[in-house]
Design a protein around this ligand. Structure first.
Ligand code: ZN
Ligand code: ZN
Length: 449
């Protein structure tokens, strides 16, 4: 086994003091912090040659890092060794009687697989093993068995994590010859008023509770369609954003696309086509990732990315009203990498899947209509982001052309009721998919079982 020091984790109690030493006195450079909201930890990396120091800062008094420093004071927390084949490394350790915290590797940050070895086997040091899947080039061939749903996210650095929300569980559906797999990239919080436009809060807060900052919790649920090819529709926020961004938008990516794609038994290399409903950051952020050298690259190494030409153009010519939603790193690197395919009109993207422009939310917003053997499904993205948006008048304040949303929604809902369409609600925190019903003019959604 060849192991290389990747980083050394240091639990800090007072970040300012720690930075006064590591950054100011030692003169090390510091990278943008990474927030792990679910674990109430913020990680600050300082490159030191080939390896890094990782300052671990608690973001809440009940954070496991706070508990650690309360008990033992600040100090060395763990070391991380990078190995070529984490599965083989674990097997070797196990054969020699080492006590493993993770018997199986599980997804770590940005395309890595990680597993922890118990300090009792490592002379009092918590050792993390890490396989950086990008060190093998852009298309690693190795496929390591991933841990079960229970082991995913059980990071011993920060104590037991809450069980994955059942609402963000991976769900599988069959439509004729196609398999549909609903995934998650975690949750994001957006202003409740903006989510419901002209609907008064007294109504919308019955559908969705707001937090102290008036934000409602929204899921990000990319969808996989497996048929002649394997297609991913939208990819959530991804992992490139700063701690400040995560704070403003209440991001929690414990149930990230990496985690859920692995639970679905797939890898990023399995995706042939990535389809964009539109290029807002909560849909297109996961299209790219930032590699160890800081370069932004396509996150699905084999995929062609299909984007509507009008949306592509609008994303490069933003204005005051939509600028905050378009982050160039999410899509420009696709063109540079030569994996971009622009479509002009409503078209069939793969057998059984076609796109339809709805406009409304943005001028070239599109939905995916799925059909096989007389059965239908639809991925409606921000046309009907949650089940609460099924009534005609419940239209987001974010929408640039709300009257177009209204017209497109009326047409779609009528068809969906007639055809018994299985509708995927990309932002609904509880219901991944369901059937729209209408009785005496009153609409409801029957969640799909
Ligand atoms: Zn949007
Ligand atoms: Zn959205």
């Amino acid at each position: 086994m060849r192991a290389v020091l990747d980083h050394v984790g240091i639990a800090v109690k007072d970040l300012a003091e720690a930075l006064a030493f590591y950054r100011d006195a030692l003169g090390l450079e510091i990278e943008a912090p990474e927030d792990v909201a679910s674990q109430r930890v913020r990680a600050h990396f300082l490159p030191v040659g080939e390896a890094k120091l990782e300052l671990l800062e608690a973001t809440a008094p009940d954070s496991p890092i706070a508990r650690y420093t309360d008990k033992r004071g600040p100090g060395l927390h763990h070391i991380t060794l990078r190995v070529d084949d984490i599965g083989a490394a674990l097997a070797q350790l196990k054969a020699r009687g080492a006590r493993l915290i993770d018997e199986q590797p599980r997804p770590g940050a940005e395309h890595s697989l990680v597993a922890f070895v118990h300090p009792s086997s490592a002379h009092g040091v918590l050792v993390e093993l890490k396989e950086d899947r990008r060190t093998h080039g852009s298309a690693p061939t190795q496929h390591v068995a991933l841990g079960s749903a229970e082991s995913v996210g059980a990071d011993p650095r920060v104590g037991p994590q809450p069980a994955p929300s059942p609402n963000l569980a991976v769900r599988r559906f069959t439509i004729g010859d196609l398999e549909l797999i609903s995934l998650s990239d975690g949750v994001i919080r957006l202003d409740g008023g903006a989510m419901f436009g002209t609907v008064p809060k007294v109504f919308w807060e019955k559908a969705m509770k707001a937090d102290a900052r008036n934000r409602v919790t929204l899921a990000m649920r990319p969808l996989i369609v497996r048929g002649a090819r394997t297609m991913l529709i939208d990819a959530g926020l991804g992992g490139k954003e700063s701690a400040k961004f995560h704070d403003i938008y209440g991001v929690d990516r414990a149930r990230s696309l990496d985690v859920t794609i692995a639970e679905a038994g797939l890898t990023r290399e399995d995706i042939d086509i990535v389809l964009a409903s539109h290029l807002h950051f909560d849909h297109a952020g996961g299209f790219t990732y930032r590699d160890a050298g800081g370069r932004v690259r396509p996150a699905f190494p084999r995929a062609q990315y299909i984007i509507r030409r009008g949306e592509w153009e609008d994303a490069q010519h933003t204005h005051e009203r939509n600028r905050a939603s378009y982050l160039a790193d999410n899509y420009l690197p696709l063109a540079e990498a030569g994996v971009l395919q622009l479509v002009d009109d409503d078209a069939t993207i793969m057998p059984g899947v076609k796109v339809r422009r709805t406009g409304g939310h943005c001028q070239h917003h599109q939905i995916a209509l799925i059909e096989s053997k007389g059965k239908t499904a639809a991925f409606v993205a921000d046309l009907i982001p949650t089940t609460a948006h099924v009534p005609n008048a419940w239209i987001m304040g974010f929408d640039l052309y709300p009257m177009d949303t209204l017209a497109a929604k009326k047409q779609f809902v009528k068809e969906a009721i007639e055809k018994e369409t299985l509708v995927f609600f990309e932002h609904d925190p509880a219901v991944a998919a369901g059937y729209i019903r209408e009785e005496n003019g009153k609409r409801s959604v029957q969640p799909a079982s």
